[in-house]
Design a protein around this ligand. Structure first.
Ligand SMILES: [Zn+2]
Length: 147
């Protein structure tokens, strides 16, 4: 009963949404910081954060290699491995929202590639692993050859 009341109360929905966006902002910041630190520790430079002029708002961009790097939060980008993190209430709402995000991700990255950019994504759950650094180095090497 209490749960049903919450679900139809617009204030509660708005509150919950505000809370979720705080979670989003906080989660993204820390994940992004981890990536930034890994880049610095690995001596990978020549990047900027959140360039305004590259479509799709990548988290990092390497101008010399025309390479966009996206750090995808597992919740917001619908990571298939971390699906269980969907909230228990309003599942359809979150599912639609996440599906929209995924569709936009695909579109944005396809468009970047069509325009001659390289695009790479890292899942939040992979950020602490070293494997993405090797993948990034390979893409940057390819990007350097293009120029
Ligand atoms: Zn994940």
């Amino acid at each position: 009963m209490a749960e049903d009341m919450k679900r139809i109360d617009p204030l509660n929905a708005a509150e919950r949404s505000a809370r979720m966006s705080k979670v989003k902002a906080k989660g993204n910041a820390s994940t992004e910081q981890l990536v930034e630190r890994a880049l610095r520790l690995s001596g990978i430079d020549g990047w900027v954060k959140h360039p305004g002029d590259i479509g799709g708002n990548p988290d990092f961009y390497f101008p010399a290699q025309r390479t966009a790097l996206f750090v995808d939060g597992c919740f917001w980008h619908g990571c298939p491995r971390c699906d269980r993190r969907l909230p228990r209430t309003r599942r359809r709402f979150w599912r639609n929202k996440i599906d929209d995000n995924r569709a936009r991700d695909v579109k944005v990255r396809r468009r970047l590639r069509r325009l001659g950019y390289h695009a790479m994504s890292i899942w939040e759950h992979d950020v602490k692993k070293a494997s993405w650094l090797g993948r990034l180095r390979a893409i940057l090497a390819r990007g350097s050859l293009d120029n």
